[in-house]
Design a protein around this ligand. Structure first.
Ligand code: 13P
Length: 360
């Protein structure tokens, strides 16, 4: 089996991404999603602007102190950088690699409505041709991959058993497939924060989802030491009147993980899911303070919560200001991954980043 020749490499990659005090920069917004971000700062969604922005990320000096890996959208994996003056430079991937940041690739092709599911439920597309796309990404320097499955909680009964099983199965099939060509799969069963359900409801659903995911990974023979989990935090729905403190959220999140995630998995890298920049850091910090000897590295794989200030300060013009903002949030989250973040000690923008029914 091809997977067997990659076991050592997969385990080594996964543990380098699980480095203490670090996490991932999720910069894999699809062209549509980055367009929404650019619209909010008045920047046109052109190939050259996307290249300029992602070159900014890749050339942020010192980023590797808190960032072990970066998730890229396919376009970026094959794109050459530009410098601050717009002159062509090396491939963007090489800029990250030169800093010791491991490149990864988003391989799912987005979610679609789930036939037979409840309103709002989805399945994740991208299995057809996946092996070839994964091999091509590996040949271009990617060493890990991401696949985002999305589940919702609703008063109408979601998630349905169909949605839970379908998404667990898709994640497992993807994970096994990319391991066959040497990519570490990030397994991402995101539970959206849309809704007014309480934290107990989220915890029960998330336990069900994670148990189903690990059962499916087992059935597919996925090598757990060469995987990473990217879950949402165990939090109530955004419209729930009771908001937990970071300590309460940390206790629930850890309980969920302890009940469901095998200790062979090297790292749990949370998504930010619409939390503000500072909120995301505070939750991660509380989790690490509550679990100094958890079996997994407890880090981050943030998109919005790492890039929001950066985009705003850049605004299509000021690369240095964008980089300073990015480095500030990277430092904050690097500290939080050690449980050592001092609240408010790094600048942030407290804009709410939550979007209903979020797509990536
Ligand atoms: P957010 O941190 O913005 O939720 O995004 C992370 C991600 O990669 C979602 O798939």
């Amino acid at each position: 089996m091809a997977l067997d020749i990659f076991r050592d490499e997969l385990a080594a990659t996964a543990s380098s991404l699980a480095r203490a005090g670090s996490g991932l920069l999720a910069a894999d917004e699809s062209t549509g999603t980055i367009g929404k971000r650019f619209a909010s700062i008045g920047v046109e969604n052109s190939e050259s602007h996307r290249c300029a922005y992602r070159s900014l990320l890749a050339s942020s000096e010192g980023l590797s102190e808190a960032i072990s890996g970066v998730i890229l959208y396919e376009e970026t994996l094959f794109q050459h950088s530009v410098d601050a003056a717009g002159r062509p430079g090396p491939p963007i991937v090489e800029l990250f690699q030169a800093q010791g940041i491991v490149p990864g690739i988003k391989l799912d092709q987005g979610v679609e409505p789930l036939p037979g599911g409840l309103p709002g439920e989805s399945w994740c597309t991208g299995l057809k041709g996946l092996l070839e796309r994964a091999a091509r990404a590996h040949a271009h320097g990617a060493r890990f991959a991401k696949w985002r499955a999305v589940l919702t909680i609703s008063s109408g009964g979601a998630p349905s058993e169909l949605a839970v099983r379908e998404n667990a199965w898709g994640l497992a099939r993807y994970a096994r497939t990319v391991q066959e060509v040497g990519l570490v799969p990030i397994v991402e069963p995101e539970i959206l924060m849309d809704g007014d359900h309480d934290i107990e409801t989220t915890a029960a659903v998330q336990e069900w989802v994670l148990r189903s995911v690990y059962a499916a990974l087992g059935l597919h023979g996925v090598f757990l030491e060469g995987t990473l989990l990217k879950p949402s935090l165990t939090l109530p729905g955004r419209a729930c009147p009771q908001a937990p403190s970071p300590e309460q959220a940390a206790a629930y999140t850890l309980r969920t993980l302890e009940r469901t995630v095998p200790s062979a998995v090297p790292a749990v890298l949370f998504l930010s899911g619409g939390l503000s920049e500072e909120e995301a850091s505070l939750y991660l910090n509380a989790i690490n303070q509550a679990a100094p000897s958890a079996p997994w590295h407890l880090g981050f794989s943030f998109g919005r919560a790492l890039q929001h200030s950066c985009l705003k300060h850049w605004s299509g013009r000021d690369r240095a200001a964008g980089q300073a903002a990015l480095l500030a949030r990277a430092r904050a989250n690097g500290q939080a991954a050690r449980g050592a973040y001092v609240p408010g000690s790094e600048p942030s923008d407290d804009a709410p980043l939550f979007e209903a029914n979020y797509r990536y």
